[in-house]
Structure formats: structure tokens, C-alpha cells
Design a protein around this ligand. Structure first.
Ligand code: KG4
Ligand code: ZN
Length: 352
């Protein structure tokens, strides 16, 4: 079974072909991506109008490249999947409409994929993980702890009440004069810094509910930065190291709370899966590995290019849904918001 997956919910245009393995898991036959990071860098964040136009400019060629690289054609595909949300609606419409048009023209099943579900299921593509498992998704747009019970079956155990973890990295980077996206720059500066120089708050630490709140930490960094300004290179390093140390404490503590909630509902998880751009931070990975070891969890972190936004995760989710007969019709509209767990309380100011 071969499925084409198309991703356009944020600032990456991506298309991939994935083949299902009979024994479980999948083979990525192609995985093309065109990043718009450079186009948004000057604005310090993703500009929705620029994103939508940039997707439109590259999507046709990108899909052609993905089919070529996979050595296949539209006619030989079993289905066409596209992320239908959550995300920036202008970009989502570009990918979704393209996928529908191709599916109509080639008379193939069309599958509307939840971008968050695609992140959640990637560990089954890469490592054949069985249900149920605990997922920590930490990216620029999302921060959630989720019990992944089955395809289409998720329980949100925790979410951020304000900023996503990656977003907090990006905002701290911006206030310290580091380039966008800030995560890798903060990580690099933190290597040179003293993580104990600034005593920063760890909001929600020790709370039983597995939620995050990052705006207080971000504000504390701003206050400290203003207090010691003008900032020397040492100050920047120490602020980054102190911020990252606080984030690490929070992630581990919130994961522990998520694991407790998971065990109450489902018993021991088959794995602890971590995904999202923030998972490429080496110090965070080390802390997570230590936590997983102590908790007796099988830790699965997909490779960085499959942790961040990509087409293969959309294609794989298409496969997972297609084999359950879950196909969609042409009336499926783009969804700027589309929670994984529809029973979870919406968060007033969050991103869930
Ligand atoms: O998953 P992703 O590529 O895109 C989405 O948000 O969907 O995640 C990007 C986010 C950005 O906020 C970026 O600053 C953060 O992940 N990030 C990092 C690191 N690399 C990327 N944060 C901390 N440390 C890193 N090394
Ligand atoms: Zn994403």
C-alpha cells in the first residue's frame, strides 16, 4: 500500500510517499520538504499570508519530486492524504485543495489528516510502537501530553495554558537578540552559560495535572535581561543556560505527571514517545532519557527530520486510516483548530 502525504499547516511545504510494510511499520520511499524559514526570519515569526503564498508557489513541483523520487506515479498510489489542520488556514487550504484535486483526477481515495495525529503516529512508522503509549509533543505550535490509545483515539493528559515550549524558546531568543527560530541558538548559547546564575521560576512544578504554563518563565527572563542590560555575551549565555535548565525541570516534571495520569487510566504504556522540534535539543533529550530510564519506559524519539513537520507523517497517518477504511469526501473543510481529544476542555488562551 503506497500513500502520498501533503503537509502545509505551518511554514514547511512537504510531500512524501510511504509504503506500508506487511509486518507493520512503513518504508519512506520519498520525503521532500521546502522550508520557508528564510522568508519569515525577518519578521521573527511565521507570517500567515507569506506562508500561504509560499506553499502555493512550490507545492506542484514538490509533489512531482516526491512521486519521482519514490519511483511511482499518481496512478499507482493507493490514496492521497493531506493535513487538514490544525494550522494556519491559508496554508492548509493550499495542501488540502491540491490533494483533493489530485484524488479526483486520479480517482483515488482522499484522506484528511489531523496534523497532531500525524505527529502522534510517527513512532509507529519509525519503530512499530504498539498502542497504548504516552506522547509528549513539544514544538513551536504545540505542547501536549497525550495518551495514544489507538488510531483516532486520544486522551489529552496535559497541554500548555499559554505558550508552546518552542514558542518560549523563540521568544526568549528574540528578546536576547538571537536569530529566528531561536531554539537551536538558545541551546548553543546555553552550552557556554551558567545555568544557576539566574533563579528563574518553574511554573506548575509539582502540580498533579500535567499542564504547562510558560509565560511567567518567559517574563522572568525578560525582567532579568532588562535588569542586567546592556547584555554581554556572558549574560546571554547565562540567561540561555538558566532558561533551558528551567525548561528541562518543567518538561521532566510534567512528563512525570503525564505518566501518572496515563497509569491511572491505562496501566503501563508500551512506550514514551517524544516528538516536535524541541526534541532535537540535546540537553532536553538527555534529561528525558534519564527520566524514561528511571521510570522503566521504552523511550522512542523519531529522528529529527521526522520529529519536525514533514510529509511522511501525513502519508503514514493516511495508511493507518486507509487500512481501517477511514476515508473522507471532498466536502472536508480546513480546520484551523482541531484538537486530538475532542472531549478535552478547550484552553482559553492556549494552542490546543
Ligand atoms: O516541530 P517544529 O519544527 O515546528 C512546529 O512548530 O510544528 O518545531 C519548531 C520549534 C521552534 O520553536 C524551534 O525554536 C524549536 O522547535 N526548536 C528547538 C530546537 N530546535 C528547534 N528548541 C529548543 N532547542 C532546539 N535545539
Ligand atoms: Zn507540527
Amino acid at each position: 500500500m503506497d500513500v502520498l502525504g501533503i503537509e502545509t499547516t505551518c511554514d514547511e511545504t512537504a510531500a512524501a510517499v510511504v509504503r506500508m510494510r506487511p509486518e507493520g511499520g512503513g518504508d519512506i520511499l520519498s520525503n521532500e520538504i521546502s522550508s520557508q524559514v528564510a522568508e519569515h526570519a525577518a519578521y521573527g515569526g511565521v507570517v500567515p499570508e507569506i506562508a500561504a503564498r509560499a506553499h502555493l508557489e512550490v507545492i506542484d513541483r514538490l509533489i512531482a519530486r516526491a512521486l519521482d523520487a519514490a519511483g511511482t506515479t499518481l496512478r499507482r498510489l493507493d490514496a492521497i492524504a493531506a493535513a487538514a489542520g490544525p494550522g494556519l488556514v491559508g496554508g492548509v487550504i493550499v495542501g488540502l485543495t491540491t490533494a483533493k484535486a489530485l484524488a479526483l483526477a486520479a480517482r483515488k481515495p482522499f484522506i484528511a489528516v489531523n496534523h497532531l495525529e500525524a505527529h502522534a503516529l510517527t513512532a509507529r512508522l519509525t519503530d512499530g510502537v504498539n498502542f497504548p503509549y504516552l506522547l509528549l509533543l513539544v514544538s513551536g505550535g504545540h505542547t501536549q501530553l497525550v495518551a495514544v490509545n489507538g488510531v483516532g483515539d486520544y486522551s489529552r493528559l496535559g497541554t500548555t495554558l499559554d505558550d508552546a515550549v518552542g514558542e518560549a524558546f523563540d521568544k526568549v531568543a528574540k528578546m536576547l537578540g538571537l536569530p529566528y527560530p531561536g531554539g537551536p541558538h538558545v541551546e548553543r548559547e546555553a552550552l557556554k552559560g551558567n545555568p544557576t546564575r539566574f533563579d528563574l521560576p518553574r511554573p506548575m512544578l509539582g502540580r498533579p495535572a500535567a499542564d504547562f504554563s510558560l509565560s511567567g518563565l518567559k517574563t522572568a527572563v525578560r525582567i532579568e535581561a532588562e535588569r542586567v542590560a546592556p547584555l554581554t555575551a556572558t549574560d546571554v549565555g547565562d540567561l540561555c543556560a538558566s532558561f533551558q535548565a528551567a525548561i528541562i525541570d518543567l518538561i521532566v516534571d510534567r512528563a512525570r505527571a503525564g505518566l501518572r495520569a496515563f497509569r491511572e487510566r491505562k496501566g503501563h504504556p508500551e512506550a514514551f514517545v517524544v516528538a516536535g522540534g524541541v526534541a532535537s535539543n540535546a540537553a532536553i533529550r538527555r534529561a528525558i532519557a534519564r527520566f524514561a530510564g528511571e521510570a522503566g519506559l521504552r523511550l522512542v524519539i523519531p529522528p529529527p527530520n521526522l520529529c519536525t513537520d514533514n510529509g511522511a507523517m501525513i502519508a503514514w497517518t493516511g495508511i493507518e486510516r486507509l487500512r481501517l477504511g477511514l476515508i473522507d469526501d471532498m466536502t472536508f473543510a480546513a480546520r484551523p483548530r482541531w484538537p486530538l481529544d475532542t472531549n478535552a476542555e478547550p484552553v482559553q488562551h492556549g494552542k490546543a
